[in-house]
Design a protein around this ligand. Structure first.
Ligand code: PLP
Length: 368
């Protein structure tokens, strides 16, 4: 029987394991386990890669978003517009700073925020827009930037799934007031644990993020604000530094895999393949099963040894914790519909053509 995982993060270690071993052993011998030259070097190389002046490392993508919102002084009474079809963090951080998430439905032919509906959601309390580049696909950042500028709003980019993605040749994470990245192992640039980064061209935001990630202390043991402990470990920084030179190559492999899936699957009645956009980095390849029972198809794939994932089964406005926001069922019909239809197929740079053919054959078998 087949045994194809949805992702396989150990394969990158098999490819460049000796470089990673060397980097980790060096950190272990150095005794510098928090901060130090590896973190500083990773911040500087990541900023250069994204094309921003500053990059400030932290403990996770969630912390990156939280710290960015705090650095922009977004707080109770403020509203932040985002999508209900995303990982929970994107909205959770808005609540964590005391502000209110305001949801806007996704586009008709994709999974990202519908820019046609954003302006209707702006109120005098709106402070920022938080777009998510879901599954590695950017959105029209020329248009989003124009909307934000017109209404004097900040843009905080959730780039957790889009490291390396571009819009018109510029990297996501370099458009807004802040870009927020995750290095969770399955991300396009994944560590061997948690990690995150805030990118910005604004020196005052960079300084604020640095202070907030160190308990609100600009100087050790002198605290001016309530912050958190959100530092990137030196071992993670060393591993991510070793992996960064391979990111573009891995993103190209993901694009080739997605092209092949689309070629194999297009024209099958009842399956909608994701639309392609140059600049997407394909953290996931997510189809919609519009003509079939998605959960049954997923179970049949599993029986054949093909493991898939549902990102995401319940939109955020319908989560129990967000019932007090007052969005009843039916508020965001596109998000609600796709949450019942989406299925993310195995996707990682090392997935072979033969494995892809096996996935597609098993999928076709599961439709009957
Ligand atoms: C869209 C999105 N935003 C935020 C996050 C949070 O990142 P982390 O898991 O590193 O906290 C993730 C990843 O899990 C994500 O997929």
């Amino acid at each position: 029987m087949l045994n194809i995982p949805p992702f396989d993060v150990s394969q990158q270690y098999q490819q460049i394991g000796s470089a990673i071993d060397h980097a980790v052993l060096e950190v272990l011998a150095s005794g510098q386990y928090i901060g130090g030259s590896n973190v500083a070097k990773f911040e500087s190389e990541f900023a250069h890669y994204i094309g921003t002046e500053f990059a400030i490392a932290c403990n996770s993508g969630t912390d990156a978003l939280y710290l960015a919102l705090r650095a922009l002084s977004i707080e109770a009474g403020d509203e932040v517009i985002t999508t209900p079809f995303t990982f929970f963090s994107s909205a959770e951080v808005i609540s964590m700073v005391g502000a209110t998430p305001v949801f806007v439905d996704i586009e008709a032919d994709g999974f990202n925020l519908d820019l046609n509906q954003v302006e209707q959601a702006i109120t005098p309390r709106t402070r920022a827009i938080l777009p998510v580049y879901l599954f590695g696909r950017p959105l029209d950042l020329t248009r989003l930037t124009a909307i934000a500028q017109k209404h004097n709003l900040d843009v905080i980019e959730d780039c957790a799934q889009s490291t390396g993605a571009t819009w018109e040749g510029k990297k996501t994470g370099s458009f807004g007031a802040a870009g927020c990245f995750s290095f969770y192992p399955t991300k396009n640039l994944g560590g061997c644990g948690d990690g995150g980064m805030v990118t910005t061209n604004d020196a005052s935001i960079a300084t604020q993020v640095k202070i907030l990630r160190e308990h609100g202390s600009p100087k050790r043991y002198y605290h001016e604000q309530i912050g958190i402990n959100s530092r990137l470990d030196a071992i993670q920084a060393a591993i991510l530094l070793a992996k960064l030179p391979y990111l573009d190559k891995w993103n190209i492999a993901r694009t080739e895999i997605s092209d092949r899936y689309t070629q194999y699957l297009s024209g099958i009645e009842g399956i909608v393949t994701p639309s392609h956009l140059s600049g997407s980095v394909w953290n996931q390849y997510t189809i919609r099963l519009t003509g079939f029972d998605r959960d049954r198809v997923q179970a049949r794939l599993k029986e054949q040894g093909v493991n898939t994932v549902i990102y995401y089964p319940l939109p955020l406005h319908l989560q129990s914790v967000y019932q007090d926001l007052g969005y009843p069922q039916g508020s965001f019909p596109r998000s609600e519909t796709v949450s019942l239809e989406v299925l993310s197929l195995p996707m990682f740079p090392e997935l072979t053509e033969t494995q892809q053919e096996d996935v597609v054959r098993a999928l076709k078998n599961s439709l009957t």
